[in-house]
Write a protein that binds this ligand. Sequence first.
Ligand SMILES: [Zn+2]
Length: 296
Amino acid sequence: MEARFKSLSLFEFQERYPTEDSCVKFLTELKWSKGYSCIKCGHKHYCKGNHVEDRQCTRCRYISSATAGTLFHGCKFSILKAFYIVYYLSTSKNGISSTELSRKLALRQKTCWLFKQKVMKAMESSRSFPMIGKVDVDETYIGGQDDQAIGRNEGRKQIVVVSIERKGKGVSRMYGRVIKTAGKKDLECFMKDHISPEAEVRTDKWAGYKGLEKEFPHLKREKSEKKGKNFTDLHRCIMMLKAWLRGVHHSVKYLQAYLDEYTYRFNRHKMKEGIFENLMNRMMQKPPYTYKMIIS
Ligand SMILES: [Zn+2]
């Protein structure tokens, strides 16, 4: 049973999923793990469809494949290679670029980029575990040329709001979101999605946090000390996030997806559940995510 909690080794992975068929079979079992139900009419009985793992409703004859209606939907290459992409993304500590995936799997870089965006979609927070206890919030700028004079519009700089949950001597969790303005509305929306009203929230004196005591009665607005001394953990986390973005990904055009990837990994660094299994479940539960949706 121990093995289940460890991160999957490449050897174990290859043993578990040796062929295209074994991957499709795995997805089929995952999709209908709670029993089959036709998505058109709700009927509970099926027979085999055209392909071995397809299921056809015995009442309305609707055929459903394992990947239909999931993030695997419309995958233009083999499911086996798609599994490899999820595997590499789930086991690499710092993530892996689409160029590297392309080299490893003999797929076009753009193909890898697109599928990677889908996996990153699966990494998006479920928002069902709001932060509790000691929580710090701050905004920062990401992207753009730091050395450029303020006001010169490069159109790339983005405002990001970041929150951390402090536990003991460390940081247990982190969330981030690209926001249009650092005004109250956007900040409040982010905080309501990720922070429990009971939390002891700390922010700086920025006007955008004024009045949020209504939603967060324990909120304290502290004057930021020199070099942010009283927000050390938060600033260190933001620095590390920026370093990761610079190191692994040169373009941050789709910044939110990268924030989701980074915080997904960060929030799981101490958890014992298998990341590969967790990602697979999420991939199967989320609806299709098309190229059009990604770039819009
Ligand atoms: Zn049916």
